[in-house]
Design a protein around this ligand. Structure first.
Ligand code: SAH
Length: 250
């Protein structure tokens, strides 16, 4: 999978994409991440990429020409997505969508944003990582790179690890524990040491349900609360979810 990133701070993204999982994916030839410096096509000696906004106002705006010129020079894979607070909200479903493509590209804004002619005529869409304003698109690009990169087949060593984690089925993941079984008087739940894999799977499912209902009412509501049989599953471990009685007959 090829992912191109267009930025005026290539060193930020390059460093990030060279470490850990992404770095390994690149070295293994699974991820082809190409970081392009928008300044390298700037025509003037100062390599300017920004200018004052027409109509006045604070700050600077990324100029359209270096962005058009970079896209023409490197022909980045489409869709080309601009990062911006007004875009489609990035989430795990979108990460899966992007991981299923052959590649895509990310354009990082800076300052007050990007000349609107780029949005209207060059990019295919805009993506936001949340309702807050960053100083630039680089961190957002790195979020997307990592969330998508780890879903590319082979990048994560264990193919199963992406399947039962948070959001994969509209639920949060169950709690995880590792050695030692007892630490500072705090014990690991007995069921995890039982070797009974059916019971462990049921316990994990029950924990996912309780955790999602308690911590993420939005996800819980979207899922429609408890499904048939799940009340019994919770009862096996003496658990219940808030408001379970509000769904009589389930
Ligand atoms: N003046 C703009 C904000 C510009 S922030 C406004 O009010 O909408 C500068 C750059 O940071 C943006 O061009 C964008 O690339 C990036 N950015 C800021 N917040 C972001 C967010 N929530 N998600 C993705 N990118 C963001």
């Amino acid at each position: 999978m090829r992912i191109d990133v267009l930025t005026i701070f290539p060193e930020m993204v390059e460093g990030f994409a060279s470490a850990s999982l992404l770095g390994k994916g690149r070295r293994n030839g699974l991820l082809d991440v190409r970081v392009h410096d928008l300044r390298s096509v700037a025509a003037d000696p100062h390599r300017s990429v920004d200018d004052a906004p027409f109509g006045g106002g604070a700050g600077m705006v990324l100029m359209a020409e270096p962005i058009f010129a970079t896209v023409e020079a490197v022909d980045p894979p489409r869709p080309l997505l601009a990062l911006g607070p007004g875009g489609r909200r990035f989430d795990q479903a979108m990460a899966r969508e992007l991981a299923a493509t052959g590649g895509f590209s990310l354009l990082c804004g800076r300052y007050e944003g990007i000349d609107h002619r780029v949005h209207a005529n060059l990019v295919d869409g805009e993506v936001s990582i949340g309702d807050y304003v960053l100083a630039g698109g680089e961190v957002a690009a790195m979020v997307i790179l990592e969330a998508v990169g780890r879903l590319v087949p082979g990048v994560m060593g264990n193919v199963n690890s992406a399947e039962d984690e948070s959001f994969s089925d509209g639920l949060l993941e169950y709690p995880q524990y590792t050695r030692p079984a007892s630490l500072r008087g705090l014990a690991v739940p007995e069921v995890l040491l039982s070797g009974d894999h059916g019971r462990i799977a049921r316990w994990r499912r029950a924990q996912s349900l309780v955790r999602t209902a308690g911590d993420r009412p939005d996800l819980w509501q979207a899922r429609g609360g408890l499904l048939p049989g799940e009340e019994r599953l919770l009862a096996e471990f003496g658990l219940a979810v808030p408001g379970a009685a509000a769904h009589p007959g389930r």
